[in-house]
Design a protein. Structure first.
Length: 335
């Protein structure tokens, strides 16, 4: 059996912030952002929460799937910006939906999170352990941004996407995942500091002239990114992992109807299309309106394309995520 997508859903915060809006509070412009990234606007949470947006997206997906929450056997949440460290996002969604029979847990693979979670759902269904699974990718990245760092904060937005999958004869045909932790710090965000009564400041191993000075650790809780390194990683790795997944599925790029990629940067998407020798018409985008929403970008794009009626039963679709970790993954599926 394979995991097949039965329904999708998405949710964006009400507040829409354009590039021109940002130019009023920082040294940037619509031309500067759009020419480098393809982003024109993003939605930022004000009253919305990661869990709240996830529940809205999940309800849409369940409605399209014709499934009740009580039928769900598993909920997998993909996020790096949950409302709480505990309980997990997935358990909050379970509570609000009333999915009383589902086991719930989260995964964190940053921008690859939804693709990783979908691969996990495929493994559970293929093993016969579960048959009906809800997968969520959701982020409130605005709370992780340094809004004085114009090179980074202009890229990201908030939102949630969801998909319901079930066991079927058709569905996911191939999965590829990868990680390179050695280069992980090119895109990072620090966690909470250690703060207990037994902490001592270790002496510095600096030169003799400064031996009396204690070492000072600078705590930086915001997202930091080396854009050039991330770009080089993406344009090299994403086509490679897509080709690997297609080979597993015994398909060629020409056989694919749509490539739904993580919405990080239009230049990256254009580069992937060029390397795969495919027209941009096969690469739908929503980053102009949404920006980069990390784990939520692939399911939000999937829902938008689905609800526009662009995909038809039997279409061959590739989903691909890539980002912090560094992590990457691709899924080939039949719609």
């Amino acid at each position: 059996m394979r995991a097949r997508i039965a329904g999708t859903g998405s949710c964006l915060p009400k507040l829409r912030v354009t590039n021109d809006d940002l130019s009023r509070i920082m040294d940037t412009s619509d031309e500067w952002i759009r020419s480098r990234t393809g982003i024109g606007a993003r939605h930022l949470a004000v009253e919305e929460t990661t869990a709240g947006m996830s529940v809205s997206a999940a309800r849409m997906a369940l409605e399209e799937a014709g499934m009740q929450p009580e039928e769900l056997e598993m909920i997998i949440g993909a996020t790096l910006s949950a409302d709480h460290i505990a309980p997990p996002l997935s358990c909050e969604v379970q509570r609000e939906l009333g999915a009383v029979h589902a086991v719930a847990f989260d995964v964190c693979a940053a921008c690859s999170g939804f693709v990783f979670a979908l691969n996990m759902a495929q493994a559970y269904i293929q093993s016969g352990m579960y048959r009906k699974i809800l997968i969520i990718g959701a982020e409130t990245l605005s709370k992780l941004m340094d809004w004085n760092d114009r090179s980074t904060c202009v890229l990201f937005g908030d939102g949630a996407g969801a998909a319901v999958v079930y066991a079927d004869e058709e569905g996911i045909r191939a999965c590829v995942q990868g990680s390179d932790g050695a280069k992980g710090m090119v895109l990072s965000c620090a966690g909470r500091q250690i703060q207990h009564p037994f902490i001592k400041i270790a002496p510095s191993s600096v030169s003799e002239e400064n031996t009396s000075e204690p070492r000072k650790t600078v705590y930086d809780p915001y997202v930091r990114m080396n854009g050039q390194e991330v770009y080089k990683f993406a344009v090299r790795t994403v086509p490679m992992c897509i080709q690997q997944a297609l080979k597993q599925a015994d398909l060629e790029p020409d056989d694919v109807d749509f490539f739904l990629l993580h919405q990080a940067n239009l230049r990256i998407i254009e580069s992937v299309a060029k390397r795969l020798k495919q027209p941009m018409e096969k690469f739908p985008v929503c980053l102009e309106e949404c920006g980069n929403i990390s784990a939520a970008s692939v399911p939000i794009l999937l829902d938008h394309v689905n609800r526009e009626g662009r995909m038809k039963r039997g279409d061959r679709i590739v989903l691909a995520g890539f980002g912090a970790g560094l992590t990457w993954g691709a899924v080939v599926l039949t719609w």
